[in-house]
Design a protein around this ligand. Structure first.
Ligand code: C2O
Ligand code: CU
Ligand code: CU
Length: 497
């Protein structure tokens, strides 16, 4: 399988035997020790958001951005943020072709935005840093879904505030269905054999609050947690049918890269990348997801005896290994799912149709003789340490102009200096792209498909291709390590007619 370099290091060496009984190798020492891993909490399944429209071709939703609190540890309350609740948000489910209206109310006392990550929408409704909703304010985006079935997500995107607001709990899933997903013989009953898994890590202070700091270390490496949450719960259990089960996995962490596998190393099938189905299921025994990426997988519990328990392991890049959650196998479902050999057909873009190749160098620049000084990184454009093509984000500057209706190749390289060897997770708004090459090689099968976010390790270079169609306006491209994004590793492209 595709094990990237870092797995050959410490994590692989650790092996299963090194799992602590609580599944957490403490690292920062910041946190409260926490409850004992008992896998007694049922995995919370985010509710499906009610569609208030009665018209068949339309969907109408209401989202409230609010503060809340949650008890991650007995007797300690953690201040949180959520959509329509205390932590995370409901799952929005729509269909391709549907006209969607959302009434967003910001009940926070600070600005936010609601960005539809992976969704192809007009720039004014994208919910990026240009569509600020003031504290107490409203925003009423409306758009028509113009893309195939996929698991997308929504989260805040205000300049300098994204990382902290996501950390507090602002994130939710956005699922699109279409004729293809209707007809495929796949598990598709939400909460029964089709489950969302929002995987995030967190650090806590001893008083129970989230330890979201903005130290130089946290900005450069991202805020990396030593506790793992799945759908906002620590060590949850999910009761699954003795059947094939579909998991829609989002790496919703701020800055972690995860390798996800089952404790018995069973293989499973990946069926979708960020932007929808792959052409064929891809057999894997572990899955890599960088911050912001999604995958849908099919896991077969048919051969597991009733009552069997199976853990999901999550390794952080150069970090902790977590026993993230447990599955308990219960009664089978009527009917069997035979995994289809072909899922969909993808309109592959060819290099011949590309009108240009743009180059993007993601760099971590050190100032002052190559040494990173504490406190030298300012928010906004002053510091200029996290840069793309030498530039830190400036909302008043358009970095690239792309002609509407054209196809382009973007060649993105991670030029982090030796001292500051950091991975980046490049994300483009507006489009789903395809990976042409990673370091001169065709992408491995798990990255073949519609993508909106791609991991780029130090020294790596990735060539992607995308068609910019339907909408003009200004969109973002940025590193999805949220601490990098908040500190200016972002640029703007304008699609012009
Ligand atoms: Cu998921 Cu520009 O973001
Ligand atoms: Cu996005
Ligand atoms: Cu980055």
């Amino acid at each position: 399988m595709q094990r990237r370099t870092f797995v050959k290091g410490s994590l692989a060496v650790l092996g299963l035997s090194a799992l602590s009984s609580y599944g957490v190798l403490e690292k920062t020492g910041l946190s409260y020790a926490g409850p004992v891993a008992g896998f007694s909490t049922p995995l919370p399944i985010p509710a499906l958001l009610e569609n208030k429209s009665v018209l068949p071709g339309e969907a109408s939703f209401a989202l409230r951005v609010q503060q809340g609190s949650l008890n991650f540890f007995p007797g300690l309350s953690t201040p949180t943020m959520g959509y329509n609740g205390d932590f995370l948000g409901p799952t929005i489910k729509v269909r391709n072709g549907q006209h969607v209206k959302v009434k967003v109310k910001n009940n926070l006392d600070e600005p936010t935005t609601v960005h539809w990550h992976g969704l192809h929408v007009p720039a004014q409704w994208d919910g990026g840093p240009r569509q600020i909703i003031a504290g107490g304010g409203d925003w009423h985006p409306e758009f028509t879904i113009k893309q195939p079935a996929a698991t997308l997500w929504y989260h805040p995107h205000a300049m300098g505030l994204t990382g902290e607001q996501v950390y507090q709990g602002l994130a939710g899933l956005f699922i699109i269905d279409d004729e293809v997903s209707d007809e495929l013989n796949l598990p598709k009953t939400y909460g029964v054999d089709d489950f969302p898994l929002v995987i995030q890590d967190r650090r806590f202070y001893r008083d129970g609050s989230f330890a979201y700091a903005r130290s130089m270390m946290d900005i450069m490496h991202g805020v990396i947690g030593n506790h793992l949450l799945v759908n906002g719960a620590m060590w949850p259990n999910l009761t699954v049918p003795q059947a094939k089960v579909r998991l829609r996995i989002l790496n919703g962490s701020n800055s972690s890269i995860y390798r996800i596998a089952f404790a018995d190393e069973r293989s499973f099938y990946q069926i979708a990348t960020d932007g929808g189905f792959q052409e064929q299921p891809v057999a894997l025994d572990s899955l890599f997801l960088s911050a912001g990426e999604r995958a849908e997988i099919i896991v077969d519990f048919q051969a597991d005896p009733l009552g069997a328990k199976m853990s999901l392991l999550v390794d952080q890049f150069a970090g902790n290994r977590f026993e993230a959650m447990q599955f308990t196998v219960a009664a089978p479902l009527a009917g069997t799912t035979e995994l289809p050999a072909t899922l969909t057909s993808i309109d592959w873009l060819t290099e011949q149709e590309a009108v240009t190749t743009r180059r993007f160098a993601m760099e971590t620049m050190s100032m002052g003789g190559g040494r990173m000084g504490m406190g030298m990184m300012g928010l906004g454009s002053g510091g200029g340490r996290l840069i793309i093509n030498g530039k830190n984000m400036d909302i008043n500057r358009i970095d690239e102009r792309v002609k509407l209706g054209t196809t382009e190749i973007w060649e993105i390289s991670n030029r982090s200096a030796m001292m500051m060897s950091l991975p980046h997770s490049m994300h483009l708004h507006d489009v789903q792209f395809q990976i042409l090459e990673r370091n001169g090689q065709p992408p491995s099968s798990h990255e073949k498909g519609r993508k909106d976010t791609v991991l780029i390790q130090p020294g790596e270079s990735v060539r992607i291709i995308a068609r910019f169609e339907d909408y003009t306006g200004v969109y973002m491209y940025h590193c999805h390590l949220l601490e990098h994004e908040d500190n200016g590793m972002m640029g703007q492209f304008e699609v012009v007619s």
